[in-house]
Design a protein around this ligand. Structure first.
Ligand code: BG6
Length: 489
C-alpha cells in the first residue's frame, strides 16, 4: 500500500460518535504511522453535530496513540494526520446534506476520482436512510469507473433472520455485495486470525481435530463491565444478539470449519458458511439465561441491570447466556460446542477451550480415579496465549503425574506489538481482502441458528436467572464458569 498512487477518500459517517473516535480514527492513524495508507488520502468526518474542522480534530486527537512512532516524532505525525481530517456536518437521511459531502470530496479530488471508503459508524436504525441518500446522490459509485467505492458496516445486522434479510435487501439496492464489508471485529483479533494458521499450517492438530478425539469445545466470553451507558441499545438486543450470534459464532466457525482450498476470501467464507449451516437451531432446552443484579462490596456498589440508565425496570433482557450447540456433520456429530457470554462477571476473558477425550486404557489411572484429559486453550484476550495442557511426570523419585501446560504467551514469545482488530480490518478493506468479513449467506445461516429461540425469549417465555454483578454468573452455569476459568497464573 505504501507509496500507492491510488488516492483514497475515507468517509467516517457518524464521526462524532464513540466508535469513530475511539476505534475507527485511531486505527486509521495507526495505519498512517506505519505508512500503510496511500500517500494521498483524506478523512472526511460526517455527522449531525455542528463542528468546525478544528473542533473535530480536537475531539479525535484525544484517542490517538503513539504506539507505532517514538514519542518525539509522534506530534509531527499527528499534526500531519490531523491536517488531512476535515469535517462535514449534515443529516444522515438527507440527500441535500450528502450532496455537500459529495462536493467536499470532489473538491479534494480536484477533477479526478479517488477510491472511496464509507465507514458507517452509526446506530443500526440510521443505516437505511444514509444508504438510500448515498445512492440518491450517486456516492455509491458502483460501476462508475476503475476506482472502487466500499461501504463498511457494523453489527447489529438486524435483530433476526427476517429483519437481517430486509436490511440486506435495502443495502443491495444501493451497493453490490462485493462493495459491502460487514465487520465483525473479533475476526480481526490477532489470535482469531491465527486459528487458520494453527489448524492448517501445523501437521499435529488436523488428524485429531474431530469427534474421535475431541470431547467438547467451549467458547467463553466474559466482561467485567456492565452495559456502561449503552443500556438503551443493549436492552433491545440482549447478550445473544450483542456478542453470541456474531463474535462467538464466528469464532466457532473458524474452529469447526473444514480446511479451505486456499487462503482466498471466497474459499474461507465458503467453508465458514458450510459449517454454520450444519448447526441445529438452538432451543430453550439448550440455553441458560441470566441477568446481573446489584452488588455491594467493600464500599463499592454496582447497580442491577434494571437500574441502569435507560433500561426499563421490568426488563427481562439477558445479560448472560450459555448455550450448547450441535453440529450435524461427519467431523463433529456428538461433540457439544458450548458458548457462554456474560456482562458484569468477575473476569475479563475470551477463550476457546478444546477438551480431548480420555486416554483409552490409561495405565496411569489408579484406584478408580483417572487423570485430566488434554486441553488446548486458545486465549483471545487479555494476554493472548495458547496453552496445551498435558500430563507430565513430576520430577522426583516417585512416579507422580501432574497436569501442566505448554505455554505460548504472545507477550513472552513475540516482540511485535499486537495490532488492534480495527487496524487489521481497515487495511483489508483498503486492500479489498474480504476473508475476514461476513458474507450475506453466512449472516443468514448465523441468524437461522438463533432466530427461533430469540423469538421465544422476546415473547417473555423465560425469565433470566439473577446473578450478582462481579460473580461467576447464574447458579445453573457454575460448572461451566469453573471450566471457563483462567489459566496461566
Ligand atoms: C461489541 C459489543 O461488539 O463488542 C460490546 O457490542 C462488547 O457489548 C464489545 O463490549 C467487546 O469488544 P472487545 O473488543 O472489547 O472485546
Amino acid at each position: 500500500m505504501t507509496g500507492s498512487d491510488d488516492r483514497l477518500s475515507i468517509v467516517v459517517v457518524g464521526a462524532s460518535g464513540d466508535l469513530a473516535s475511539k476505534k475507527v480514527i485511531p486505527a486509521l492513524f495507526a495505519l498512517y504511522c506505519r505508512s500503510l495508507l496511500p500517500e494521498s488520502f483524506q478523512v472526511f468526518g460526517y455527522a449531525r453535530s455542528k463542528l468546525t474542522d478544528d473542533e473535530f480534530r480536537k475531539k479525535i486527537t484525544e484517542h490517538l496513540t503513539c504506539r507505532y512512532v517514538p514519542n518525539e516524532s509522534c506530534d509531527e505525525k499527528m499534526a500531519e494526520f490531523l491536517a488531512r481530517c476535515v469535517y462535514v456536518a449534515g443529516d444522515y437521511d438527507s440527500a441535500e446534506s450528502l450532496r455537500s459531502l459529495s462536493g467536499s470530496i470532489e473538491k479534494w479530488e480536484g477533477g479526478g476520482r479517488s477510491n472511496r471508503m464509507f465507514y458507517m459508524a452509526i446506530p443500526a436504525f440510521l443505516l437505511e436512510g444514509v444508504t438510500k441518500s448515498l445512492g440518491q446522490v450517486g456516492l455509491n459509485g458502483s460501476g462508475v469507473d476503475m476506482q472502487w467505492t466500499r461501504a463498511v458496516i457494523e453489527k447489529p445486522f438486524g435483530k433476526d433472520r427476517e429483519s437481517s434479510d430486509m436490511l440486506a435487501a435495502q443495502m443491495a439496492e444501493v451497493f453490490d455485495e462485493d462493495q459491502i464489508y460487514r465487520i465483525d471485529h473479533y475476526l480481526g483479533k490477532e489470535v482469531i486470525q491465527n486459528l487458520m494458521v494453527l489448524r492448517f499450517a501445523n501437521l499435529v492438530f488436523e488428524p485429531i481435530w474431530n469427534r474421535e478425539y475431541i470431547k467438547k469445545v467451549q467458547i467463553c466470553w466474559s466482561e467485567k463491565l456492565g452495559v456502561e451507558g449503552r443500556g438503551g441499545y443493549f436492552d433491545s438486543y440482549g447478550i445473544i444478539r450483542d456478542v453470541m450470534q456474531n463474535h462467538l459464532l464466528q469464532m466457532l466457525a473458524m474452529v469447526a470449519m473444514e480446511p479451505p482450498i486456499t487462503q482466498d476470501a471466497k474459499d474461507i467464507r465458503d467453508e465458514k458458511m458450510k459449517v454454520l449451516r450444519t448447526i441445529e437451531p438452538v432451543t430453550l432446552d439448550d440455553i441458560v439465561l441470566g441477568q446481573y443484579r446489584a452488588t455491594e462490596r467493600e464500599g463499592f456498589r454496582h447497580p442491577s441491570y434494571v437500574d441502569e440508565e435507560t433500561v426499563p425496570g421490568d426488563s427481562i433482557t439477558p445479560t448472560y447466556a450459555a448455550v450448547s450447540l450441535r453440529l450435524q456433520n461427519r467431523r463433529w456429530e456428538g461433540v457439544p460446542f458450548v458458548m457462554s457470554a456474560g456482562k458484569g462477571l468477575g473476569m475479563h476473558l475470551t477463550q476457546i477451550r478444546i477438551q480431548f477425550n480420555n486416554v483409552p486404557g490409561n495405565i496411569f489411572c489408579r484406584d478408580g480415579g483417572c487423570l485430566e484429559p488434554n486441553h488446548l486453550v486458545i486465549r483471545v484476550q487479555p494476554d493472548e496465549a495458547i496453552f496445551l495442557e498435558i500430563m507430565n511426570k513430576m520430577p522426583g523419585l516417585e512416579m507422580k503425574v501432574k497436569n501442566t501446560h505448554l505455554d505460548l504467551r504472545y507477550a513472552s514469545v513475540f516482540d511485535e506489538d499486537i495490532p488492534d482488530a480495527y487496524e487489521s480490518l481497515l487495511l483489508d478493506v483498503i486492500g479489498g481482502n474480504k476473508g475476514l468479513f461476513i458474507r450475506s449467506d453466512e449472516l443468514e445461516s448465523a441468524w437461522d441458528v438463533f432466530t427461533p429461540v430469540l423469538h421465544e425469549i422476546d415473547s417473555g417465555k423465560v425469565r433470566p436467572e439473577p446473578y450478582e454483578f462481579g460473580s461467576m454468573g447464574p447458579q445453573r452455569a457454575q460448572d461451566l464458569a469453573k471450566s471457563c476459568g483462567w489459566i496461566g497464573e
